[in-house]
Design a protein around this ligand. Structure first.
Ligand code: 5AD
Ligand code: FES
Length: 356
């Protein structure tokens, strides 16, 4: 079944599909649902990577606390505001402030920045600050933050523990935080990496089903990219899994997940991610947009910082300026006959509104 009611078993079958013609049907179905529910506009979100400090030890991520090779930075409030102004100048309707889980980002300090952006600029504000306590999430929401992103990475609890060691005395469940975010009135986004060592087709199908059950407002997915500065990337952690169950971390698998996510979450904002563009610099962004995605997150972080925000190696746009990305994306979006959105580009809750 190629609609919202696709079963978990069918999701798994699609993830294993190799037949080109069948996959063509999947792309067409996802693209049609995308067009019907969220229209032809592509919303641009200016990404500001405000700090690369992190207290966590995620075994896949280059920002993990143990990685002494990364030079750490935290942008100051004026630098962040200047990036937001630049995003607004380019006509982006949203800024996404992202960081490692950095408690040097004080609750009130960030609340003041959110307030300033919301007061002075015509922007929606999205935060992606990791597993912060409820009080922080509440404070930032009160300050005017509109959205929060927290990928759950995988719904397999054993695999999750392996790639994401908990902090001492702090067993936090990301699903619980996602529920809190929803209660606080945030538009709530999540997502997973595709092809994590140890990730099975069955779990990935469950992950997609979870996006549906939770009625996610935003879903970001991208291929897992091995980072040699991490234990998982160096192959030091070896999951016990038979090869035929292992999801490959390929570009094709990513398109399948994007397309299936669009089917099960027709109204969601789904980005064509940087990790995808990293795998295929030529046309990854465009193919993501053609197979279910409707959002792109151009980086507006100053170049001297963005080169230090190296979650994985070879990240697309590492040395491009915000202006270059803006021009590049405008051309790419025009080349596939889509238009750039104006305004916040919030999640559309209407039944079948065509937003164009
Ligand atoms: N490969 C791909 N994606 C990664 N992320 C972190 N490390 C990697 C990696 N090695 C993703 C995670 C995180 C997001 C900010 O970046 O899904 O939530
Ligand atoms: Fe950054 Fe194309 S989006 S260079």
């Amino acid at each position: 079944m190629l609609n919202k009611n696709v079963t978990i078993k069918e999701l798994e079958t699609w993830l294993r599909e190799t037949d080109k013609q069948k996959l063509e049907q999947l792309w067409l179905a996802a693209d049609a649902v995308r067009k019907e529910y969220v229209g032809d506009t592509v919303h641009l979100r200016g990404l500001i990577e405000i700090s690369n400090y992190c207290v966590r030890q995620c075994t896949y991520c280059g920002l993990a606390a143990d990685n002494k090779k990364t030079t750490r930075y935290r942008m100051n409030a004026d630098e962040i505001f200047a990036c937001a102004e630049e995003a607004a100048r380019y006509g982006y309707g949203t800024v996404v402030m992202q960081a490692g889980e950095d408690y040097g980002i004080k609750t009130d300090w960030l609340a003041d920045i959110v307030k300033r952006i919301k007061t002075e600029l015509p922007l929606a504000v999205t935060l992606s600050m990791g597993e912060r306590p409820f009080e922080d999430l509440q404070r930032w929401r009160d300050a005017g933050a509109d959205r929060y992103l927290l990928r759950f990475e995988t719904s397999d609890t054993e695999l999750y523990k392996m790639i994401h060691p908990p902090l001492p005395k702090q067993a936090i469940d990301r699903f619980e935080i996602l529920r809190q975010l929803k209660l606080l009135g945030y538009e709530t986004g999540s997502g997973v990496m595709i092809g994590i060592p140890g990730q099975t087709y069955a779990t990935l199908a469950k992950d997609i089903d979870f996006f549906r059950q939770f009625d996610m407002d935003m879903v970001g997915v991208g291929p897992y990219i091995a980072n040699p500065l991490t234990p998982l990337g160096r192959g030091e952690i070896k999951p016990d899994i038979s090869p035929e169950k292992q999801v490959p971390n390929t570009e094709l698998m990513t398109y399948k997940v994007v397309a299936l996510t669009r089917l099960v979450c027709p109204q969601a904002n789904i980005p064509s991610t940087t990790a995808l563009a990293t795998m295929n610099k030529e046309s990854g962004r465009e193919l993501g947009l053609a197979r279910g995605a409707n959002v792109v997150m151009p980086n507006v972080t100053p170049v001297q910082y963005r080169t230090l925000y190296e979650i994985y190696p070879g990240k697309a746009c590492l040395n491009e300026t915000a202006k270059q990305c803006q021009e590049c994306l405008a051309a790419r979006i025009a080349s596939i006959g889509r238009t750039i959105g104006t305004g916040y580009g919030s999640r559309n809750h209407g039944p079948r509104a065509n937003l164009d």
